[in-house]
Write a protein that binds this ligand. Structure first.
Ligand code: NAI
Length: 718
């Protein structure tokens, strides 16, 4: 009879007395630390301690995929009380302490991701060696899940790398690559992947024989700074209070985790860490953020309808039609990810601007030392451009981002069909036009698909892929693969005007205008949205996207959806008549000079008074009621999201949640509109909407799915 498969395997000791502990969670692609593993670790440490032949221990992963990707989140989802959370943290700490207090030297050999609990395990070792592979990343990303490192990380990391660097890692969750990790003292050595185990054993041997590895020299300035700021209590206070101010400014106090991390580091004890972990684990913010993580994991496996068993085409070259704002961004990210891009526009000015754009983005990466000048040159060499179709005939995929004009897009699709030599895919980046209509005159409608990016492309993490009834599964799978190659999260939705994200965004944006017509100040409208957790308010967003772009999209939406997507039409036409386009022409709801926001003494953006002649209420004749204002903006969005699910535009609620958070800025800690609806409860949500409908009309009529759910007392996530 065989017992359950083990996750830990001990090899050796070798002639030097060094044993290697391999971690290899059975049946999983990556290693994660689950609570069920703790007894196995315990028994292993006991066995190692009892074996006097073992003089040193190297800990590494038995998987090529990486070291350890963090704690098992399923475990955490089961915990419902602060005290249970605290207990779990203590268990983790105890396991790490057993490792940290072993009598023999211990060395972690890290290749691939060492995240969260994985890095905490490495921190509990006496020393660390990392592979120089670009897949190697070290991070404590708990803050992104609304948590803090709860297995000793808050205590051990500051001791190892200093307070400032530790705070940066814990408050941002950022990935640290091998070279940087070496420089900051997070690891002791870096080597090519093939030498990892030998190097770790070598370091372990040095430690056994008391030859401590020399630490890299700290520059005098850094040493002085570290002494003044970190190693005396007054300095520590100062660093922490500055960090707190920064966090409060960035999060408006809506995210408890970074503040708790600061409290816990201030105390500097394992007890404080466990208590803080327990408190954070039961916050709604952490539940929302962990839900989002679950959505990401779920959607990584979704390549769209009928794609099971369909392999995507290998992508050699992509054509980029239209080198404007979006075309430039898309080309930049493609070339950054190793894809050759051929730009085509109607004028050279746009192409050279696009090249400048790419160069600027790459120069920023160089400044951050992600790569050097050679890295920029290599990327720029992948982008070429011209006015004719030369170079696009061989493109496997042509991404189209010309003006939002149906006839123009249709004409260019026909031209592409005439020149493609490889049966290329036509992926349109329209923001509102139905793909079926763009493809209506195509010879090969099965090769037409929507590929909706968000601006700025290099920063926004989402691509919405839109399939028609005719899109071939191979085309879907290939387009999804291109977006993933660009490092983006993907949702695949069914075709309709505005797809999912634009449809969900419109009620939120139009409600902002209705609010200001009702007498709420433009500034207050933005404030209501950011207080609710949106990264920017709708008025600011309209200026950023371009009011002209917004008005065009609204026209399309009104055409297809009628009353539900109403926007006071006289306001939009007046704004257009006077050429008010937003930041890009220094004339928006807010004031701009040479593309920069004009700020008042408090650092707030200043409204351009002249807009009040069209929106007199926007002056703020009513005292703001932020909760009520946010309610109005959010409920329309949630209802439209639910309609998209009802109509089968969305494949599931996860896609709706991820799409809204990553694409249109829905508050991340709410986990998305569907999770928000579950949190409020469908019944309460429908009641609120009925009240608003009685006051403001049909645009607040709850959709059938919400009403059914309210009647059945059901949830989107069972
Ligand atoms: P843009 O005006 O910056 O760029 C359009 C480019 O297309 C210009 O460089 C123009 O010269 C070129 N063009 C026009 N006619 C052409 C032709 N016949 N042949 C070749 N090139 C031609 O516009 P933007 O903002 O880049 O938008 C492009 C598309 O992306 C639109 O469909 C828009 O709705 C969509 N979109 C825009 C987003 C945004 O935030 N701006 C977000 C998502 C989608």
């Amino acid at each position: 009879m065989t017992g359950p498969q083990k996750s830990l395997r001990l090899q050796g000791p070798d002639a030097d007395g060094i044993a290697i502990l391999f971690i290899d969670c059975p049946g999983k692609k990556v290693n994660t630390l689950s609570l069920s593993l703790l007894p196995e670790f315990d028994a292993m440490y006991t066995a190692i301690g009892a074996n006097s032949a073992i003089k040193g221990l190297v800990i590494t992963s038995g998987k090529d995929s990486g070291f350890i990707a963090g704690a098992d989140l399923d475990d955490l989802d089961q915990i419902k009380t602060t005290s249970d959370g605290e207990r779990v943290s203590k268990q983790g700490q105890d396991g790490m302490s057993r490792l940290a207090t072993m009598a023999i030297p211990t060395v972690a050999a890290i290749h691939g991701e060492a995240l969260g609990g994985g890095l905490e395990l490495a921190l509990a070792c006496r020393a660390r060696v990392a592979s120089e592979h670009r897949k190697t990343k070290l991070a404590l990303p708990e803050v992104m899940l609304g948590l803090l490192p709860g297995a000793g990380g808050t205590v051990r990391l500051p001791k190892l790398v200093g307070l400032t660097a530790a705070l940066d890692m814990m408050l941002t969750g950022r990935n640290i690559r091998a070279a940087k990790a070496l420089k900051m003292g997070l690891v002791d050595r870096t080597v090519p992947q093939l030498q990892l185990l030998d190097a770790a054993k070598g370091l372990c041997r040095d430690l056994i024989h008391g030859k401590v590895a020399p630490k890299p020299k700290v520059p005098v300035k850094q040493e002085l700074q570290s002494f003044l700021l970190e190693r005396n209590p007054l300095g520590k206070r100062l660093v922490l209070s500055e960090a707190r101010k920064k966090v409060l400014k960035q999060t408006k106090g809506m995210y408890p985790a970074p503040l708790k991390i600061l409290d816990v580091i201030d105390k500097g004890t394992f007890e404080a860490e466990a208590k803080g972990f327990g408190e954070l684990l039961v916050t709604p913010q952490s539940a929302g953020l962990r839900h989002l993580f679950a959505a990401i994991t779920h959607l990584k496996k979704d390549d769209g309808p009928n794609t099971a068993g369909i392999a995507p085409r290998a992508i050699g070259r992509v054509g980029m039609l239209g080198a404007g704002l979006m075309g430039a961004g898309i080309a930049t990210v493609l070339a950054d990810n190793g894809v050759e891009v051929r730009l085509k526009d109607r004028d050279f000015g746009s192409i050279s601007k696009a090249l400048e754009y790419a160069n600027k983005v790459y120069a920023k990466a160089k400044k951050k030392r992600v790569y050097g000048q050679a890295g920029i040159d290599e990327r720029m060499a992948r982008i070429s451009g011209g006015l004719d179709w030369a170079g696009c005939g061989r493109a496997d995929v042509l991404i189209e981002a010309v003006f939002e004009d149906l006839a123009l897009k249709q004409r260019l699709l026909a031209e592409f069909e005439a020149v493609t030599q490889v049966g290329g895919i036509f992926a349109t980046n329209t923001s509102s036009l139905p793909i079926t209509e763009i493809a209506s005159g195509a010879k090969h409608p099965e090769r037409v698909i929507g590929m909706h990016f968000f601006s700025p492309v290099e920063k926004m993490p989402l691509v919405e892929i839109i399939v028609t009834d005719q899109t071939a599964p191979e085309v879907t799978a290939t387009t999804v693969a291109v977006a993933r190659k660009m490092g983006k999260h993907v949702i695949v939705v069914k075709d309709c005007a505005g797809f999912y994200t634009t449809r969900a965004l419109v009620p939120y944006m139009t409600e902002a205008i209705f609010l200001s017509l009702d007498g709420y100040g433009l500034h207050d409208v933005d404030e209501a949205a950011t207080r609710a957790g949106f990264p920017v308010g709708p008025i600011t967003l309209m200026d950023e996207v371009g009011i002209d772009v917004g008005v065009k999209v609204l026209k399309v939406m009104r055409h297809y959806y009628g009353e539900r997507m109403q926007f006071p039409p006289d306001v939009s036409s007046k704004l257009m008549e006077e050429g008010r386009m937003g930041r890009k022409n220094n004339k928006g709801f807010y004031k701009y000079e040479a593309g920069k926001s004009v700020l008042d003494k408090q650092g707030n953006k200043v409204i351009d008074d002249s807009v009040y002649k069209h929106l007199p209420g926007g002056k703020g004749t009513r005292a703001p009621d932020y909760a009520e204002m946010a309610n109005r903006m959010i409920l329309g969005l949630v209802n439209e999201a639910a309609l998209c699910l009802q109509e089968g535009i969305l494949r599931d609620a996860y896609a709706g949640d991820l799409g809204a958070v990553m694409g249109i800025g829905f508050p991340p800690f709410e986990g998305g509109p569907f999770r928000y609806a579950d949190r409020i409860g469908a019944k309460a949500l429908v009641e609120r909407m009925r009240q608003l409908e009685a006051k403001f009309g049909k645009r607040f009529a709850p959709c059938r799915l919400l009403v059914d759910l309210a009647t059945a007392n059901g949830k989107f996530y069972a």
